[in-house]
Design a protein around this ligand. Structure first.
Ligand code: ADP
Ligand code: MG
Length: 334
């Protein structure tokens, strides 16, 4: 079956203008933030793909390129087989209707000057529902669905708790009836008890509305329960992609293996010893040569790790890893 969304060798670099002084004195040119590098990934219809990586690894950028809030620097984004990488104007707006995003911070993503009626009403309008009575009915129905009292319809976001606001973000996304939702760390700002409720709600809604999720998180613990597959990202590159159970039981990439034991009470992981990573993530302004992870990798095997970026090795059904430990020293295009 055709994937709902595919990234094909997607790269996103942000120009970072150097200061005028730097330009004059040192003749320095604008530098590039290598936010996303050569990512190839598919989301199948009705699945949840967990995208995990430390802060700054390019997860949000990839998510935004996927729903075309950003244009890729190179590579392609296909939605239902159609190249949307360079779509503009009316075509882009109609594609966007199929895709919604839920952000980490429900405080800043909801307009504080608008009521829930106005916020969700605007989303319903996108779907062509302009009649105010009909809007009210739909909004009340959605509020009930996410276990919020219907009197919230005339509340402002600041009158609600973090968890309640996130439920509003969810119904605003649902109101458009999208096929794809990018949930960008939707529970990271919430209390642990509320996190579980929101995740359960998202799982239920996925079935009811036949949704596909790109579920972004900075640790593997959050995505374990909700994801069908997990992709691990480091410094803008994918390190490993596998079905969830497989990834936790048989993690292959040294980076994944380092991330996993940090999860308390997750006994089923296939990593027994604790791997402690040295140093910090290098700057995406100046990523290392070769494998991006080699400067911190506890299992580096030699010069090739410093000189070439590892290509993908298929290590099982639906399980691929970008690491020289596992495979042919196939070079990636630089
Ligand atoms: P994550 O979501 O994994 O924390 P991001 O995708 O937000 O990572 O960011 C990846 C890198 O790209 C970071 O170094 C970030 O500072 C940089 N970045 C993100 N957006 C921009 C932008 N609009 N301009 C310049 N740099 C950006
Ligand atoms: Mg982010």
């Amino acid at each position: 079956m055709m994937p709902l969304l595919s990234f094909e060798n997607v790269t996103k670099h942000f120009p970072l203008p150097s200061s005028l002084l730097g330009r004059v004195l040192a003749g320095r040119r604008d530098r590039l933030v290598h936010a996303v590098n050569d990512v190839t990934l598919e989301l199948n219809e009705n699945e949840t793909l967990g995208l995990v990586g430390e802060s700054g690894s390019g997860k949000s950028t990839l998510g935004r390129v996927g729903i075309r809030l950003l244009k890729p620097t190179s590579g392609k984004v296909l939605f239902q087989g159609e190249d949307i990488s360079t779509a503009e104007g009316r075509r882009l707006r109609s594609i966007r209707r199929e895709m919604q995003v839920i952000f980490q911070n429900p405080y800043s993503s909801l307009n504080p000057r608008k009521t829930i009626r106005q916020i969700v009403g605007a989303a319903l309008k996108v779907r062509g529902i302009r009649d105010l009575k009909q809007q009210e009915e739909e909004i009340c129905q959605l509020l009930r669905r996410v276990s919020l009292p219907v009197r919230f319809i005339d509340a402002y976001p600041h009158q609600l708790s973090g968890g309640q606001r996130q439920r509003i973000s969810i119904i605003r996304a649902l109101a458009v009836r999208p096929k794809l939702i990018v949930a960008d760390e939707p529970v990271s700002a919430l209390d642990v008890s509320v996190q579980a409720q929101i995740i359960r709600l998202l799982e239920e809604l996925k079935k009811e509305f036949r949704l596909t999720y790109l579920f972004i998180a900075h640790d593997l613990r959050v995505v374990y329960h909700i994801s069908d597959r997990v992709a691990v990202m480091y410094l803008g590159r994918l390190a490993e992609v596998a079905e969830t159970e497989e990834l936790y039981k048989a993690p292959m990439h040294p980076y994944t293996r380092a991330l996993l034991p940090a999860i308390p009470k997750l006994e089923r992981t296939g990593v027994k010893e604790r791997v402690v990573l040295k140093g910090t993530v290098p700057s995406p302004l100046d990523p290392p040569q070769g494998c991006f992870f080699h400067t911190r990798c506890p299992e580096k095997i030699g010069l090739q790790c410093e000189q070439a970026a590892p290509g993908w090795t298929q290590v099982g059904a639906g399980h691929r890893v970008a690491c020289f430990r596992y495979g042919p020293t196939m070079m990636k295009d630089a």
